[in-house]
Design a binder for this molecule. Structure first.
Ligand SMILES: [Zn+2]
Length: 833
């Protein structure tokens, strides 16, 4: 019985199960922050039921345990344990927590749950580990007149005074971290899949109902898609998708009750840009994929978290591509997951995809988006390519049928895929999953031979492991080259003198260095002629920049290669062009004279695409052109391209006058007005930020407001961060990182972060996003001075195991970045001069 007004809850839990092991006086459950007022223990056997007197109930805080000590020994057997408990509802986004919102001027709240990874123990006593699967019968007492939903449909609802008592149907056998409920003043839209699964989209009444249609449609189609793809029907009768005003991550795959942060579910037909629609579709597909991979079959322990997340990461693209082939979402896979994973995975000390977990506080730091999601997804895609889609699906069906409602380790999946494909999948995948980093493949080709070798790549090569190798699918353009390179180096005799290309399709998680200048030039020419696919063009440039950052070549070569891309019209490839330009802009912090030269370069570089795309959307243009227009105009505004900037500022007047502007360009238009200090713009947008309930717009306003150059305004934005009525907890890190990335706000934001660290610690400890603070700060800094300050501040905090990994990596990342920027500064100056 949660009470959102008094911010507390009371409950009774009846746990039936088998006591294993040796006889002892003790039964131990997980519990955190709970008070237990009474407990009973009953043993069932052939002779009947036997009750045991309880001597004491001991709360072992350091282990999150509730220990029931009986007066006599409890022998193994069947038991029922009943506990009466109570707890408090806190303004943290885990356990049972409130989501605040305003509707028609009235402040309201929803009560929601977030139990992954180990927060069910904050709501009720239980065995809170993924392997401890059980069925659950939930009964909730909530205010009458409010909606209430949980994992399964309601079985019975009884009104009692001003209360509503709802009993839900028994769940399938499942892990505690997937339980959920939400109640409050909500509205929904409903549809049904071909097989009769009821799909609903829910949100508060402050949200526009029209924004429910798109996610509802995707929710239905994606269940139908996975039913067919996995060959196993969706295991529940219904699937709810709920947009929550306060939510720590993007979404959570609770079985049958998926929760989202509002901007990751709702699609306003008038205002949500194409780019966000694509993100939302991948998020919905990701969470729905988990309903099988993760929920139906669950990892035994958190060290195999990749079985959940890496898999969902790749399946979100498989499903989105099936639903919207015109989006060419696999290109986005390469630019998002490919770049993010390689950049992170090249830092010394990074974790492997499969990582040991010893303490619950470590679990949060496992959810590294670049590793367990992006890299793991890349590796599974590489595997899918290696075994072929048909055998991959055959293997999955075997896996689900064998392990449904159970728990697995990675080898169970490899066994299923090996039997389907006839290949030894464990030998292929385990080295990739258990070794951090990836190989640099070097190819030196002469007229008659190609020498191909691999080595462990790090942006700090001194720290690379000289022993580490992988079974590398070479994906070569010549059939003379072997399928796998599983030794350090090999030499192949070639008869024709055509230059070989490796990593065709860019699906391999490695980078390629063509050592002979003529060879590299020939490949660059193929990119310029667009004889390579967009994914290949993108990775060619990425590989070059990675090699430069490691000091194996100069960044000058990367910038020269960039010039081959001046006619580039693929939005995907422009993702890497923007990244390279963004990296070049880091040099400005070392020498601000570079700024004018870089801006001039950008103005020339975007010319052709700006002329092609202009400002106005064409009726029949693909979604990728809508997104590319935003990239080009965004670069133009930054580079102060005369016509682009003037048009953006004019468009702001249109926006302020209440007329619609292109939703894809809206954030750039607002950002330009703030950056260039259009009179009244900042105040106008700040007011809008504080009053709108449109989740897309709110995110964009955050982006625009943090563009300001004004010291006073930056200070005023920082001052709002701790005010819960102005900045939601889940947005704190975003406000901070945007200000850190703003050159004009960096020092103030950094000072603020240091001055308010104890507040951050108190507010976010135990939250999955806690370790994003050291990560984001490291991503923003470029100078040795800030590197030293970062080290001095964070190094002493590295003993906090929730932060250890991101602080160690942050220091490493900054050390190599600063070294690189100092090393290549003069070459970069020469290029832009
Ligand atoms: Zn996930």
């Amino acid at each position: 019985m949660p009470d959102g007004e008094a911010m507390r809850f009371t409950g009774t839990v009846v746990i039936k199960g088998k006591k294993m092991g040796r006889p002892s006086e003790r039964i131990t459950l997980h519990g955190k922050g709970l008070k237990v007022s009474s407990a009973t223990i009953t043993r069932h056997d052939k002779k009947g039921d036997q009750s045991f007197e309880i001597e004491r109930i001991n709360l072992q805080k350091s282990f999150d345990e509730i220990r029931l000590h009986a007066k006599e020994k409890l022998f193994p057997g069947e038991y029922t344990v009943t506990l009466e408990f109570e707890g408090e509802i806190h303004e943290v986004m885990h356990g049972i927590y409130p989501c605040n919102f305003t509707h028609d001027g009235v402040k309201k709240k929803l009560i929601a749950t977030q139990f992954e990874s180990h927060h069910a123990r904050e709501a009720f006593p239980c065995v809170d580990e993924p392997e401890a699967k059980a069925t659950f019968d939930l009964t909730l007492t909530t205010p009458r007149g409010e909606s209430v939903i949980a994992n399964t449909p309601a079985k019975e609802q009884i009104e009692q005074g001003d209360k509503l008592v709802t009993s839900f149907e028994t769940t399938p056998k499942m892990s505690t971290y997937l339980l959920a409920f939400v109640y409050g003043d909500m509205q929904f839209k409903e549809a049904t899949t071909k097989d009769g699964v009821v799909v609903r989209v829910w949100a508060t009444k402050a949200q526009n109902l029209a924004a429910f249609d798109f996610p509802l449609d995707v929710g239905v189609k994606a269940v139908e898609f996975f039913n067919d793809y996995y060959g196993v029907p969706y295991p529940l009768a219904k699937c709810d998708h709920v947009a929550l005003p306060d939510f720590s991550s993007a979404a959570m795959e609770n079985w049958g009750l998926i929760t989202y942060r509002e901007p990751y579910l709702l699609v306003d037909p008038e205002t949500t840009p194409q780019s966000m629609k694509e993100v939302i579709t991948t998020v919905i597909c990701h969470e729905l994929s988990h309903q099988w991979f993760g929920n139906l079959v669950t990892m035994k322990w958190w060290d195999d978290l990749w079985l959940n997340e890496s898999f969902a990461n790749v399946m979100e693209y498989v499903a989105t591509d099936a639903l919207f082939p015109e989006w060419q979402i696999w290109n986005t896979f390469t630019s998002h997951e490919g770049l993010s994973s390689q950049r992170r995975d090249s830092i010394a000390g990074v974790q492997s995809v499969k990582t040991a977990v010893n303490h619950p506080d470590e679990i949060g730091s496992l959810f590294d988006p670049s590793i367990v999601y992006a890299k793991g997804g890349r590796l599974l895609n590489m595997l899918m390519n290696y075994v072929g889609v048909d055998d991959f699906r055959k293997g999955l069906k075997v896996y689900f049928e064998k392990h449904a409602y159970g728990n697995t380790i990675g080898d169970d999946l490899w066994t299923a895929l090996s039997s389907a494909s006839g290949k030894n999948i464990a030998d292929f995948m385990n080295p990739w999953l258990t070794r951090s980093g990836f190989p640099l493949i070097t190819i030196h080709q002469t007229d008659t031979t190609a020498e191909i070798s691999q080595e462990h790549f790090l942006v700090d090569p001194k720290q690379a492991d000289p022993e580490r190798i992988w079974p590398v699918p070479l994906l070569a353009s010549s059939t003379k080259i072997p399928e796998l390179l599983d030794v350090r180096s090999t030499s192949i005799t070639l008869s024709d003198n055509e230059y070989v290309r490796l990593n065709q399709g860019a699906v391999g998680h490695y980078i390629v260095h063509y050592t002979k200048p003529e060879h590299a030039a020939a490949i660059a020419q193929l990119a310029a002629n667009k004889e390579l696919t967009p994914a290949e063009r993108l990775m060619l440039l990425n590989d070059s920049s990675m090699v430069a950052k490691a000091g194996l070549a100069s960044y000058l070569e990367t910038l020269q290669l960039l010039q081959h891309y001046s006619t580039e019209d693929s939005e995907t490839v422009w993702d890497i062009l923007s990244v390279i330009i963004g990296d070049a802009r880091r040099f400005i912090d070392l020498n601000d004279k570079l700024e004018a030269a870089i801006k001039a370069f950008i103005r020339g570089f975007i010319k052709q695409q700006y002329e092609r795309l202009g400002w106005d959307e064409k009726a029949d243009e693909p979604g990728s052109d809508k997104k590319l227009r935003a990239t080009i105009i965004g670069l133009g505004v930054y580079a102060e391209h005369e016509e682009i900037l003037a048009t953006a500022l004019q468009a702001f007047d249109t926006y302020k006058a209440g007329r619609a502007v292109n939703s894809e360009l809206r954030s750039i238009i607002m950002g330009a007005a703030v950056r260039h200090d259009v009179a009244g713009a900042f105040e106008y947008l700040l007011h809008e930020e504080e009053t709108t309930s449109n989740p897309d717009l709110k995110q964009e306003l955050l982006g625009a407001l943090t563009m300001t150059k004004s010291t006073e305004r930056i200070a005023s934005l920082l001052n709002r961060i701790k005010d819960g009525s102005k900045v939601r907890q889940h947005d704190v890190d975003t406000w901070l990182v945007y200000l850190l990335r703003n050159r004009y706000g960096r020092q103030q934001a950094w000072d603020w972060l240091r001055d308010n660290w104890s507040w951050i610690e108190k507010t976010f400890e135990g939250d999955k996003g806690y370790d994003s603070f050291p990560r984001y700060a490291a991503s923003a800094f470029n100078t040795r001075k800030l590197f030293e300050e970062y080290k001095a501040f964070f190094e002493p905090k590295a003993s906090d195991i929730a932060l250890t990994r991101n602080i160690t990596l942050g220091i490493e990342e900054l050390s190599t970045r600063v070294t690189w920027l100092e090393r290549d500064l003069s070459d970069v100056q020469t290029f832009f001069a």
